[in-house]
Every structure is written in structure tokens, then in C-alpha cells.
Design a protein around this ligand. Structure first.
Ligand SMILES: *Cc1c(COP(=O)(O)O)cnc(C)c1O
Length: 346
């Protein structure tokens, strides 16, 4: 197996990161005249903590993982992009991804001029472990797995994910953006076992904070320090750090939202099953349902005319005829069901 150092791009290996005023002096002081900040308009006059120590300490407590194993980014988008920039030589290296999956891996790859080799899931949306290995070569630096997978909604078998982590000669990026809806399936508790594993989680879904842009990457201290060295020095602003601290003290809110959304998901799934034009409601471990319908485009447009927006996934691999529906508030879900009943009567 290649070491992290062997996987790293040469320019990153030799990089001397930007050293900010807040890097050079850490500790208690009362007069800060080192960063050319305006002394007025406190507290927003100050640059934020570049390492987000307080936020990481709280996440560390909450998740039972050392703070040095946590990287925080401007959404999950940031660590996704940084992983490309750290490990993939443009025009030379490639990454492997499952298909269908989250669209951002391809976009980040395109921006970084890195080839994505996509491997179809099986017909029942499981990982094709053999095909994923067969597609990888010596230049495959990252392997993206999203579980629960967007848009299919299912978690993959732990033994398949573990086989991939153990057999892939590069870094496996396991995107657990929706894992709060199926917490028992997280691999975070096993992260110490795998030096080539990066797990992504986010505040954008179950935590109800897509607007503050805060994503987490969990990995070995070696990997998190590489990401830290190449990020913008002050990537998480003060408002986001403050809001995150407040939020982390209220995990019970998140747990309550998850419980309600799971109950609503069941109500919605049961109602959809009974509709004449619904061929299949796929099982979901997330806060959305993928359904296969008779005429996805017509239904999508009918709903738009009723000012209800779902996601048309009918042109995505293995998802012909499929719509993806996010679980909303009970009143919103009722409006959706009413509109779909009208469609059925057309
Ligand atoms: C929504 C989503 C994210 C979250 O991205 P953020 O940048 O953290 O908002 C990450 N991965 C997947 C698969 C998603 O669906």
C-alpha cells in the first residue's frame, strides 16, 4: 500500500503554508497589535481562529474523536476540492466514483482537470466491489463512496465498504452527509483502523444549517494537517464558528428533527406506494425518497405548476423514470400528496 506521503502531489509535499499573525502567536494576551485589524467594532473586527479550536473541541466531545482528526471546511465542498488539490496531479491522476452519486465529485474533478472513472452500482443499487477495483490503476488517487448514497438513498454494506478501503491503493472518501438519519451505519467509530480513510459529514442536512456552510472531514492527523496547510487561512468565519458552537450545545434539536423526519418519511412512503402512477418507492436511509413513476417529466412539471419543486433524476444512470423527493414539514408533505392525487385523477 502507498503511504500518504507517496500519494501526495510533489508541490504539496514541499509546500510552506501561509503563516498568519494568529499562527505566530497563540496564547493569552490582552493587546493584539499584530494583524492590522481595526481595534473598533468588536468582536467582528478580529480574524477568526484559523484552526477553529473551540468548535473542533466540541465536535470531538460529541463524536468521541480526537480534535486533531477533524478538519472543518466551507461545507463538504471544501474538503472535496482540497483532496483533489492535495492528491491529484491534473491531467495525470484519476479518481474512481460510483454511479449514480453526488454530482459535486465530478465538478470538483473537472475544475481540477482530473479524470473521473465511474462504476455503475448493481441493479439493486449495491457496490460492485470487483468492478471498482478493476477500474482503478496506479494513478487512481481517490475513491468516492457516498453512503447513504445520493440519489439512491441507501447505505452500502459495511463489509463492501471495508473491502474497498482495505484493497484500494489510494484514499477512500466516504461521504456520510446523510448519516444522521442512519447513525448506526456510520464508519466513524472505526476510523482509527484505516489510515487511508476520509469520512465527510456536514451540518447542512440533519443539523438544519445548510446556510452557515460548515462541513467536517474526519481522517488521520496526517491527512487533516495536509488539508489545513492548503486551505484558505481563515476558511471558517466568526459567525459560522459562533453559530456552530451554539448548535452543538443543542444536539437534542437535531435528534428531534431526525425522529420527526423519519416518521414523516414513513407516512410519505406509505401514501406514495398507493398511488397508481408510482411503480416503486425505494427504501431510504436518508431524508429523501427516490421513487420510480410512469412519467417523471410530466409529474415534475405538474408539480412545478403547483409551485412544488422536487428533483427530476430521470436522466441519471439507473434512475430512469425517477424523482427524488426531500422530506418536508408535515404541511408541505400533505400539499405534495394532494397535488399528486390530483395528478392521478387527470
Ligand atoms: C448535501 C450533500 C453534501 C453537503 O454538502 P455541503 O457542502 O456540506 O453543504 C455532501 N454530500 C452529499 C452527498 C450531499 O448530498
Amino acid at each position: 500500500m502507498k503511504t500518504i506521503d507517496q500519494l501526495l502531489r510533489p508541490n504539496i509535499k514541499g509546500l510552506k503554508p501561509y503563516s498568519s499573525a494568529r499562527d505566530e502567536f497563540t496564547g493569552d494576551a490582552s493587546v493584539f497589535l499584530d494583524a492590522n485589524e481595526n481595534p473598533f467594532n468588536q468582536p467582528y473586527n478580529r480574524y477568526p481562529d484559523p484552526y477553529q479550536r473551540k468548535v473542533k473541541n466540541k465536535i470531538s466531545e460529541l463524536k468521541g474523536i480526537e480534535a486533531e482528526r477533524i478538519f472543518l471546511g466551507n461545507g463538504s465542498d471544501e474538503p472535496i476540492d482540497l483532496l483533489f488539490r492535495a492528491f491529484c496531479e491534473p491531467g495525470v491522476d484519476n479518481v474512481v466514483s460510483i454511479d449514480p452519486s453526488y454530482g459535486m465529485y465530478q465538478v470538483a474533478a473537472d475544475i481540477n482537470n482530473v479524470e473521473v472513472r465511474k462504476v455503475l452500482l448493481t441493479d439493486n443499487f449495491e457496490l460492485d466491489v470487483e468492478a471498482l477495483f478493476a477500474t482503478s490503476d496506479d494513478n487512481s488517487k481517490l475513491l468516492f463512496i457516498c453512503s447513504p448514497n445520493n440519489p439512491t438513498g441507501n447505505c452500502f454494506a459495511e463489509k463492501d465498504i471495508v473491502s474497498l478501503i482495505q484493497g484500494f491503493d489510494g484514499i477512500v472518501v466516504l461521504d456520510e452527509a446523510y448519516i444522521d438519519f442512519a447513525p448506526e451505519k456510520s464508519l466513524l467509530k472505526r476510523i482509527d483502523e484505516f489510515p487511508n480513510l476520509v469520512i465527510l459529514q456536514t451540518f447542512s442536512k440533519a443539523w438544519g444549517m445548510a446556510g452557515i456552510r460548515l462541513g467536517m472531514a474526519f481522517a488521520s492527523a496526517e491527512i487533516t494537517s495536509i488539508l489545513s496547510n492548503i486551505k484558505y487561512p481563515y476558511n471558517i468565519n466568526i459567525l459560522t464558528q459562533e453559530k456552530a458552537l451554539e448548535l452543538l450545545d443543542n444536539e437534542k434539536d437535531k435528534l428531534y428533527w431526525v425522529e420527526r423526519l423519519l416518521a414523516e418519511r414513513q407516512v410519505l412512503a406509505d401514501a406514495l406506494e398507493k398511488m397508481s402512477f408510482v411503480q416503486k418507492v425505494y427504501p431510504s436511509d436518508a431524508n429523501y425518497l427516490l421513487i420510480r413513476v410512469n412519467d417523471a417529466k410530466a409529474i415534475y412539471q405538474f408539480l412545478v405548476d403547483k409551485k412544488i419543486i422536487v428533483r427530476d433524476r430521470s436522466s441519471v444512470s439507473l434512475c430512469t423514470g425517477c424523482l427524488r423527493i426531500t422530506i418536508g414539514q408535515p404541511a408541505e408533505n400533505s400539499l405534495l400528496l394532494e397535488a399528486l392525487s390530483l395528478y392521478a385523477q387527470k
